[in-house]
Ligand binder design. Structure first.
Ligand code: PEP
Ligand code: MN
Length: 346
């Protein structure tokens, strides 16, 4: 049985609730994330116990059918969660666009792309420093140097930065440099990594695994939130299927499904789903039309020279055009596009 406490439950009320349950010889496990407190009741209980607990002051709801993911379930919160990344709020009314190269390649490359995407409406900068590559012979990323270059690009443009963490032992390093840690598709079920990013306070962008169901994505998010970090943003990025015409199948239906099942923000990655730049504008538009809170788009000023994912990277001109289409759709849905509040520091 799971009891969810009210957001305004006082410490004294909570203590009384726990005493009441333990008084019947039952054990409790208390989980807290943000304003949500979930009490799991463990042991054999009499029929009627759920009603008794439900009647206690400070209990919002009781479920005898334990929900699969009590922290991230839509019912856990009165309103959708907003996640602050640097100066940007994701999951509110504004549509947020994260853009940048697949990989950080050099100081000049990341600076050119960062200033180019900032001019055209991106509010956060992406760039991989640790790249999970299918082939061990492909470019693996610049490592810590890539993170330093991202931090310098943040100084130059005011854009908060997002980069992928591939191993639990790298979490403190990423935490020092970035505004949001990304857990990539290949690591969506790396449970030690999920717990590790859940034990630090920076927001986490959790990408859906290539072969993962929506329920598995939500359970992966539950690991992070249950470890103490409620700042999770979910990302649909295309799943694997029989058709190879696109790199992934962008599961647009995942957006409204996730909006029904969880209070967490949801964004779309049209680039990895498409695999080809010509398809990216349509998939980006579809994501926003379906109700996503934002996009993460790969952009490169010289995609033919990119060390990873060049074919799916928009040029800066392509990004500018895509932003116009996306803004028009956001506008039609009465959602403003997020803009940078902080002025560039130089
Ligand atoms: C990426 O964002 O560059 C990336 C590797 O994405 P994914 O984990 O979705 O493949
Ligand atoms: Mn990529």
């Amino acid at each position: 049985m799971i009891a969810t406490l009210t957001a305004d439950c006082t410490l004294a009320q909570k203590a009384a609730i726990l005493r009441f349950i333990e008084g019947y010889g039952l054990r409790v496990h208390v989980g807290e994330a943000g304003s949500t407190t979930v009490v799991s009741v463990i042991g054999d209980y009499e029929p009627g116990m759920a009603e008794s607990i439900g009647a206690l002051v400070g209990v919002a709801s009781v479920s005898t059918e334990a929900p699969l993911y009590p922290f991230v379930a839509r019912e856990a919160r009165n309103a959708p969660t907003t996640v602050r990344v640097g100066d940007v709020v994701v999951g509110g009314s504004e549509v947020v666009v994260i853009a940048g190269p697949c990989s950080v390649e050099s100081e000049a490359q990341i600076e050119r792309i960062a200033s180019g995407v900032a001019k055209n409406g991106a509010v956060l900068l992406r760039g991989g420093a640790f790249k999970p590559r299918t082939s061990p012979y492909s470019f693996q990323g610049l490592g810590e140097e890539g993170l330093e270059l991202l931090a310098a690009a943040r100084e130059a443009t005011g854009l908060g930065v997002v980069s992928e963490c591939v191993a639990p032992e790298d979490v403190p390093l990423l935490n020092r440099y970035v505004d949001m840690l990304q857990v990539g598709s290949r690591n969506m079920q790396n449970f030690r990594l999920l717990s590790a990013v859940g034990e630090q306070p920076k927001p986490v962008l959790l990408k859906r695994g290539l072969m993962s169901t929506i329920e598995e994505l939500l359970l992966a998010a539950e690991y992070i939130v249950g470890s103490g970090n409620p700042r999770v943003i979910l990302c649909e990025r295309g799943i694997r299927s029989f058709d190879t015409a696109t790199r992934g199948i962008l599961d647009i239906g995942a957006v409204p499904v996730l909006k029904e099942r969880t209070h967490l923000p949801v964004i779309i990655d049209p680039s990895h789903a498409a695999g080809r730049r010509s398809l990216v504008p349509s998939l980006a538009a579809a994501g926003i039309a379906a109700g996503a809170d934002g996009l993460i788009i790969e952009v490169h000023d010289r995609p033919e020279e990119a060390l990873s994912d060049g074919p799916q990277s928009l040029t800066l001109e392509g990004f500018a055009e895509t932003m116009q289409t996306v803004s028009a759709i956001a506008n039609a849905l009465d959602r403003p596009m997020a803009t940078l509040q902080a002025a560039p520091s130089r």
